[in-house]
Design a protein around this ligand. Structure first.
Ligand SMILES: Cc1cc2nc3c(=O)[nH]c(=O)nc-3n(C[C@H](O)[C@H](O)[C@H](O)COP(=O)(O)OP(=O)(O)OC[C@H]3O[C@@H](n4cnc5c(N)ncnc54)[C@H](O)[C@@H]3O)c2cc1C
Length: 403
């Protein structure tokens, strides 16, 4: 049986970065990906902050658009528009990004095997289903980068399985659109989350949404396409899961294994984006896995430190995002129009346009409250949300209960 310091299950962005970082730190690394080819369509809108590519260690070869503007649509037709003065988001071609990350892992010395599924993990040995039959390999550390429905998490008794949001996305043909993201909110549009339209390659839009777990997303997507994009040809459709961030005691490392990326629910709670948080944690994961494998006596200490470091890194934004999400979920469709009418002030939107950072939405709060002329509007908006939250039993999932 072949032996590796680290075996990474999953060749998505988090797995590829973890494997590369572990190999660069001196570990022998095997990465398994069950897909035999990395190709579109993928269940991802590909919207990331410019800093995400450097966090992942990717070039700009995957970038298909640069965006500054966003328009938010309330159900009754009220809109809020944000016009930033510099690029705030990139739209990437996901398969180009993944191929580059896997190539960079190979260059770092990782043995990358496509078309191979991990099927079981017992006593330090991983069973795999490869095109030529069953194989087994041993590892000092197993990394679960196998997405929101992680099997590694189950095999290793890590995080208790949390249900995720159900998402659906269509790629539609369109006339060349402006470089603008559209976000559609409301219980009728996407109960429990929101819908989006993102310009991608020329003549293509990614139109998608996520809804509360257990709600089928396809009928909501059909309705969105019919109402907002009639007569547009649908080129491809995909479905996927967006994990919900874990409670603070959700275990993501221990017993010779660690989880990273969607497998560890490392996503932004307000937007569901996982490439930035997953990339940050993958760098920690690669270093931790390498150390844990090579310093066998301190293996569990290194894994524990990884878990603590992730909680510290993501905790503040996660707590803010979950509290804001509870507030968002409490609003009914009429509230959204009321709220957007209130917030539709040029001075307020100018502050948002200048300061918006899609990875750290909480950083927008201090600049907003630093303008006394906005206090009246912000208080009225907060009061509307507070009343709804009171009616729904308060902010769930905030403070110390989560990461
Ligand atoms: C509709 C939708 C839109 C999204 N849009 C955005 C966005 O705009 N921006 C953003 O930042 N995030 C977005 N996300 C989230 C983002 O796609 C994920 O956070 C990201 O893909 C997580 O990367 P990962 O490597 O952790 O997991 P994944 O990308 O899920 O990769 C896991 C890999 O593991 C493989 N695998 C699973 N089990 C096994 C096994 N047993 N053996 C071998 N291989 C296995 C899978 O084939 C897969 O390739 C979106 C998600 C959805 C569903």
């Amino acid at each position: 049986m072949r032996k590796f310091d680290v075996i990474v299950v999953g060749g998505g962005p988090a797995g590829a970065v973890t494997a590369r970082v572990a190999a660069k730190a001196g570990a022998t690394v095997l990465l398994l990906e069950r897909r035999s080819q990395i190709e579109e369509p993928s269940a991802c809108a590909g919207l990331v902050s410019p800093r995400t590519l450097s966090v992942l260690g990717a070039s700009e070869a995957c970038v298909v658009r640069r965006l500054r503007d966003a328009t938010f649509h309330a159900p009754g037709g009220t809109v809020l528009s944000v016009h930033a003065t510099s690029d705030r988001a990139l739209v990437v071609d996901r398969s180009t990004l993944e191929r580059e990350l896997l190539a960079r892992a190979r260059d770092a010395g990782v043995e990358v095997r496509l078309g191979v599924s991990a099927t079981a993990w017992t006593g330090g040995a991983l069973e795999m289903a490869a095109p030529d039959g069953k194989e087994t390999a041993a590892a000092a550390v197993l990394v679960g980068a196998d997405g929101p429905e992680s099997r590694v998490a189950l095999w290793c008794g890590l995080r208790s399985f949390a249900l995720g949001l159900s998402a659906a996305q269509a790629e539609v043909e369109s006339a060349p659109e402006g470089d603008r993201v559209d976000v559609f909110v409301g219980r009728h549009v996407a109960p429990g989350f929101f819908a989006w339209s993102i310009p991608a390659q020329t003549g293509r839009l990614r139109v998608g949404l996520a809804v509360s777990s257990g709600v089928p997303p396809a009928p909501f997507l059909d309705r969105l396409l019919e109402s907002r994009f009639p007569d547009r040809r649908v080129v491809a459709r995909v479905e996927g899961t967006i994990p919900v961030p874990l409670p603070a005691d959700g275990r993501i490392a221990g017993g010779g294994a660690l989880l990273v990326g969607d497998a560890a629910a490392q996503v932004k709670p307000l937007s569901g984006g996982g490439l930035y948080f997953g990339g940050l944690c993958a760098r920690l994961a690669g270093r931790a896995a390498s150390r844990a494998a090579r310093e066998a006596r301190d293996c569990e200490t290194h894994l524990e430190r990884y878990e603590t470091a992730c909680h510290e890194l993501l905790g503040p934004e996660t707590r803010f995002g979950l509290a804001a999400r509870s507030a968002r979920d409490a609003l009914d469709d009429a509230d959204w129009d009321r709220l957007f009418s209130l917030l539709n002030r040029s001075d307020l939107l100018a502050v948002v346009s200048e300061r918006i950072d899609i990875d750290h939405l909480r950083h927008m709060v201090p600049p907003l409250v630093s303008h006394p002329r906005l206090w009246g509007t912000l208080f009225t908006a907060w009061d509307l949300v507070r009343r709804r939250l009171g009616a729904e039993g308060g902010v769930a999932g905030s403070r110390d209960e989560c990461l």
